[in-house]
Design a protein around this ligand. Structure first.
Ligand SMILES: Nc1ncnc2c1ncn2[C@@H]1O[C@H](COP(=O)(O)OP(=O)(O)OP(=O)(O)O)[C@@H](O)[C@H]1O
Ligand SMILES: [Mg+2]
Length: 210
């Protein structure tokens, strides 16, 4: 049993993309619960599009919880599952803070840019506070939407190491397949065209399940 949370106070970094992919991959291994903790309910929209596909793809059970319900109801709900993933909204909120109390493993997707770097202090302050109440919380930075043609990711890694932050070895690049997959209620595996995207997301699963 592992409870993941994809969190960042910054929007558009790929939290939902990573959360739904992780939940689907975990659903291949056992009962998986995807908790949509974002009032904008992007993960729930993805799940609704997925239901319309009706091609019997293995799917996580998706539910929406908001604010403190993420920790209170979430704690009981996850008992019935082998794995759970919480997708939190892209700003500081009760929901994001509750997700960090429920989770055992926080994945913080960040882009490789100056603005992402500057915004990191916000989320790390909240993570540090959460750790006082949830000391076993494992926290890892995931570089996402990386442009492999530039050295932005390498620069960002230097910055992150300097901040004593633990960074996952896996990086997720900016790939059309990720965008398309979400819009179709699918994953990059199911779209099946971009083997680099599939490789990255599989590597992420391997690394976080170690
Ligand atoms: N690796 C990627 N490659 C290409 N597009 C991506 C990638 N990750 C995310 N995107 C796209 O970027 C946008 C934001 O991604 P996503 O919704 O996953 O981010 P988020 O952090 O959950 O945003 P929010 O804070 O609004 O909840 C979406 O249009 C998504 O398709
Ligand atoms: Mg989102």
């Amino acid at each position: 049993m592992m409870i993941f949370a994809c969190v960042n106070t910054k929007g558009g970094v790929g939290k939902t993309t990573v959360a739904v992919h992780l939940a689907v991959m975990l659903a291949r291994q056992g009962r998986a619960l995807l908790i949509d903790g974002d009032p904008q309910t992007s993960a729930a929209s993805w799940a609704a599009w997925r239901r319309e596909r009706a091609d019997g793809l293995p799917s996580p059970i998706t539910t929406c919880l908001s604010g403190k319900a993420i920790i209170h109801e979430g704690k009981s709900l996850v008992q019935g599952y082998d794995h759970a993933v919480v997708d939190a909204g892209g700003r500081d909120s009760l929901g994001l803070r509750s997700a960090l109390l429920l989770a055992e493993y926080a994945i913080i997707p960040v882009g490789a840019s100056q603005l992402d770097a500057a915004a990191l202090t916000d989320v790390m302050t909240i993570v540090d506070l959460a750790r006082d109440y949830n000391p076993r919380l494992d926290v890892r930075i995931l570089l996402t939407r990386v442009d492999p043609r530039t050295k932005d990711a390498a620069d960002m890694l230097v910055f992150l190491k300097g901040q004593q932050l633990t960074v996952l070895n896996t990086m997720i690049c900016e790939r059309v397949a990720f965008r398309r997959a979400i819009a179709e209620g699918a994953t990059v595996h199911e779209i099946g065209k971009d083997y680099l995207a599939i490789g990255e997301i599989e590597a992420l699963l391997m690394e976080v399940m170690q």
